[in-house]
Write a protein that binds this ligand. Structure first.
Ligand code: AP5
Length: 217
């Protein structure tokens, strides 16, 4: 099944997509991580996306849509995936619907992780992540076992450039303006389920899984 994780920056989309990969075996497709990987490798796409990401703005729709549709066309995602960070605009959502419809598929569920702004700021300012394998930590609530290094692969952890306060403020504004309209878009087709994201990661995951089980039942 194709499942979208929707929610503001820092809501826990990446954390939850990793848990869904463990528990439900759903392939994790994360647009932000794909862009950051292209930036690190210095690809043409990375060069085009870099300034938008650092400023906390969206990468243009045409680049984003092409990248994501190519990714979900690969064999490991042909049967379904968790989409983390995509779609983020109405144009992206329409492109996804069209592409899946051409394959006789559709988005099954959109899981909206709700978290208030004060908690988002706390999460983003304390986030550390592994630039190598993508594992996500928080210095207070989910620290790595070996200080400053990834538990999974041992690589040194880093903080994202777009977690600086000025970029975070812009990301939240962009979310409100460009991504919040997706809530109504998916409510209209009865695909949206809201989950309380202000619980511990395991509790959020439990609620997401319950929503998915209701789809497959
Ligand atoms: P992206 O990487 O998608 O960033 P985002 O949507 O802003 O989301 P984040 O990754 O910041 O947060 P998250 O919700 O995944 O939270 P996390 O699990 O890390 O996008 C980055 C940029 O790429 C965009 O700004 C844009 O430029 C570009 N881009 C990407 N997609 C695009 C698109 N479709 N179109 C155009 N441009 C695009 O958790 C956050 C912290 O909280 C962590 O420290 C974690 O440990 C902690 N935490 C998580 N859950 C909990 C919990 N339940 N309780 C306590 N702490 C928790």
């Amino acid at each position: 099944m194709y499942v979208i994780l929707l929610g503001p920056p820092g809501a826990g989309k990446g954390t939850q997509a990793a848990l869904l990969a463990e528990t439900a075996g759903l392939v994790h497709v994360a647009s932000g991580e794909m862009f950051r990987d292209n930036v690190r490798r210095g690809t043409d796409l990375g060069k085009q996306a870099r300034s938008s990401i650092e400023a906390g703005a969206l990468v243009p729709d045409d680049l984003t849509i092409a990248m994501l549709l190519e990714r979900i066309g690969r064999p490991d995602a042909a049967g379904g995936a968790t989409l983390d960070g995509f779609p983020r605009t109405i144009k992206q959502a329409q492109a996804l619907d069209d592409a899946l419809a051409q394959r006789g598929r559709q988005v099954e569920k959109v899981l909206m992780i709700g978290v208030g702004e004060a908690e988002l700021l706390r999460r983003l300012s304390g986030r550390w992540s592994c630039p190598d394998c993508g594992a996500i930590y928080h210095e207070a609530t989910n620290p790595s076992r070996v200080d400053g290094h990834c538990d999974r692969c041992g690589h040194p952890l880093s903080q994202r450039d777009d977690d600086k306060p000025s970029a975070v403020k812009h990301r939240l504004q962009v979310y409100r303006e460009q991504t919040v309209p997706l809530i109504a878009y998916y409510q209209r087709v009865a695909k949206l389920v809201r989950v309380n994201g202000e619980q511990g990661p395991r509790e959020v995951s439990r609620d997401l899984l319950a929503a998915l089980e209701a789809v497959s039942a």
